[in-house]
Design a protein around this ligand. Sequence first.
Ligand SMILES: *Cc1c(COP(=O)(O)O)cnc(C)c1O
Length: 476
Amino acid sequence: MATSVLENVYDPEAFRKLGHELVDSLADHLSACLAPSEGQKVMDWQLPEDELAFWHAFDSKEPTEIFNTVLQRCIHTHHPKYIGHQVSAPAPITSLSAMLSALLNNGMAVYEMGKAPSALERVITDKLCEKLGYSPDARGFLTSGGTLANLTALLTARREKAPENVWEAGYSQKLGIMVSEEAHYCVDRAARIMGLGSEGIIKIPSTVDFVMDTSLLDTYMQKAKAQGIYVFAIVGSAPSTSTGMYDDLETIASFAQKHKLWFHVDGAHGGAAIFSPKYKNTLKGIDQADSVVIDGHKMMLMPAITTALLYKNGNTSYTTFSQKADYLLLQSQEEDWYNKAKRTFECTKLMMSLHWYMLWQTEGETLFDDFVTTLYDKGIQFAKTVQQRASFELAVSPMSNIVCFRLKLASGKLEQENALNLNIRQQLLEDGDFYIVQTKLRGKQYLRVTLMNPFTTETILEQLLDRIEEIGRSLV
Ligand SMILES: *Cc1c(COP(=O)(O)O)cnc(C)c1O
């Protein structure tokens, strides 16, 4: 019997067969990555134009072949020599929750379009709030990425702390936020999207250790006032992206309290350290933050994209996008935590709570502790290894799993050293054996690693340093 295209596309048996094949090849991929054979690459490097040409020429219509070709032509976060950007090698179970979410496609904007996952979102965010040390009045939700979560938190801050309701009336005076010069670029971008302009982003210089120099806060506040800028918020980085260094949240909290500012913590990367008894001291003072961002797809083993935005006073989370000035909660006498789109920037979003719940429910908090503690330990250990080699220099002694270092030259000429480190990183990318990234700090070009994979061994890290020295010698 002939079937229509539409019947074919929805055929459950074809899905079953293809799904099993895909899971099989992903499981093979995982075992190959976790115990890679000699010479197995993190990525097979191609120039963008060559990759484009490949796909223009690609003509297979076989689903399995298409999947497998994509699989081969991507970077592999589960490979222990993936030591680059801060995305997690997701726990495999979360790729299954992603599949369930994708097939059901519950839109999450209103309760009935995500009944179970909306309730799970409340369960998860309540637990996260408790972990932060917040009271039962705290609330949170999940949203699509740290970038969007930071913007959302700053919009709430403006609503709560600015002397006027900008959401209704627009700006009648200059407003500003304070943030370390080392903060993630998305905070700067959020401020500009909000119309604060470059004047409204008051960048506090950092110390030699790349953390906000809080001794300058009073001076910068006076300067802002003299320029007619009303500061309504201050952002602490926990940690900053480039160097992985945590701002002093306690000191920022008392400054915020003194000046009645909204205190926001960007813990996209390292908020997860709240689960680690060994490293949670880096977050001291976070319980005083009005809002906190934690990415699930960085230090919490989840696939992109899922971010928790948590509010110390749950009421405030309802005011961000409300057209009326009063609190929805007080207005209706009933808190409709389950209609998510009232509080999120997005209308439709992913059923992302399922990832958090699967990990938390099946493994418990110790999983998050193990993950963060293991990776932070590895970062700190790697820095010691770097220091043992005279040819290298660390940017700073790390507080997390992010480590910046550079190869030095006997000549000590900065321009040459910068070019050398840039070329080394490019060569590593093209080799495809290791994946690391780069960053420029105070005019110096650094190589940057983030230990994101618990299976990256000390031997691998020694091999990386050997290879860098080898490339260095060949380039000089
Ligand atoms: C990664 C990161 C962000 C951006 O988060 P996305 O989830 O990539 O949008 C913001 N702030 C910090 C400190 C980060 O590390």
